[in-house]
Design a protein around this ligand. Structure first.
Ligand SMILES: NC(=O)c1ccc[n+]([C@@H]2O[C@H](COP(=O)([O-])OP(=O)(O)OC[C@H]3O[C@@H](n4cnc5c(N)ncnc54)[C@H](OP(=O)(O)O)[C@@H]3O)[C@@H](O)[C@H]2O)c1
Length: 319
């Protein structure tokens, strides 16, 4: 089968199209013919090998040659212990370990997949999983955002942020969205009340305080970040600098009157079902900016890294 592989960390130039063996499902796996796969921050990080946690799968070079977490496609075969899917089912979701998606086929246990609702295209479905599940946890399940609360989302123009803005608005919050200058109008179009260009304004130092900060790309010290919170406010760090993640993990519990926490979001079907229901109803929209054929995955990644994408970038295996 065709797949996009890489043997060393680097720019999108290290990605190339290759013929690799088609995977065979075990008794506990399903084989999926992938039709669409969307790009997330985790792909970008695993490509360049930064932050440090992106090298957990291989310190000097990537242990797994195929990137890609969020897929949509058709079940081609099932192992004998699989009861919840059958050949021909349209499915989508996350692949374990955030890998193996930029390919024509993948095998997985299926516990982080669900049947695709007919109302969603394969491309829309592939755009939802990782970002949607992170946002659902950060804003609803753990963040417990309520009407009239002030919420700031840092990195709000990316995969998870796109869903987080919409969810926070759905819950009646006043939303401040932070990202680069190219994404300000996009974030406004998703409902953000206020937008901040991170290259011009430091949201930690501008005197504003929030009930919840969802930081998708943290890079400031835990103590500095706490200044952005109202008393009893919560700061969730989802991704960003490894040093800040570790600092928050160990120092966070000692900061008084503010909750500083790392938000760990396991891949799971329950949350995928919940965010997908909101997408089906139209309450949340999985916005797609551009689509690329599989052979142009490096170009798709370049576009994401350029910081100009206004929504998800989706790679398709069918053209
Ligand atoms: N905690 C967990 O369990 C868990 C699970 C899965 C993934 N993650 C992590 O979640 C993070 C977010 O994922 P994602 O898919 O939403 O990433 P993404 O699509 O890459 O979005 C990140 C956004 O942040 C922007 N950004 C970069 N530097 C910034 C800064 N200094 N201030 C404000 N915004 C900045 C980026 O814009 P530019 O183009 O300008 O860089 C981009 O728009 C990743 O680090 C990923 O590894 C965590």
């Amino acid at each position: 089968m065709k797949a996009i592989v890489y043997e060393k960390y680097g720019s999108p130039d290290v990605l190339h199209l290759a013929d690799v063996p088609k995977p065979t499902p075990t008794d506990d796996q399903i084989l999926i013919r992938i039709l669409a796969v969307s790009i997330n921050g985790s792909d970008r990080e695993a490509l360049i090998g930064r932050p440090a946690y992106a090298r957990m799968g291989g310190l000097r070079k990537p242990r797994h040659p195929i990137l890609g977490s969020d897929i949509a496609g058709v079940v081609e075969a099932v192992g004998k212990n699989i009861t919840e899917f059958k050949p021909g089912d349209d499915v989508f979701g996350e692949l374990p370990g955030y890998r193996n998606g930029f390919a024509e086929y993948a095998c997985t246990h299926g516990k982080t997949l669900m049947v695709k609702p007919p109302a969603l295209t394969f491309e829309q479905a592939a755009a939802i999983p990782q970002g949607g599940v992170i946002a659902l946890n950060g804003i609803r399940t753990k963040g417990r955002v309520q009407a009239a609360q002030k919420v700031l989302i840092n990195g709000a123009g990316g995969s998870a942020g796109m869903f987080a803005i919409q969810l926070a608005k759905l819950h009646g919050a006043e939303v401040t969205a932070v990202d680069n200058a190219h994404k300000l109008d996009f974030m406004r179009s998703l409902g953000a009340n206020h937008v901040i260009d991170y290259e011009r304004v430091d949201f930690i130092a501008n005197g504003q305080q929030y009930d919840l900060v969802l930081d998708l790309i943290a890079h400031r010290s835990t103590v500095a970040c706490a200044r952005a919170l109202r008393p009893n406010g919560t700061y969730y760090i989802v991704g960003g600098s490894t040093a800040v993640l570790l600092q928050t993990l160990f120092l966070g519990p000692f900061i008084r009157q503010r909750r500083m926490r790392v938000l760990v979001v396991p891949q799971n079907r329950k949350d995928l079902v919940a965010i997908t229901e909101l997408c089906e109803k139209g309450d949340v929209v999985p916005v797609i900016d551009r689509q690329y054929p599989l052979r142009e995955t490096a170009e798709a990644m370049r576009y994401v890294i350029s910081g100009r994408a206004q929504g998800k970038v989706v790679v398709k295996t069918t053209n």
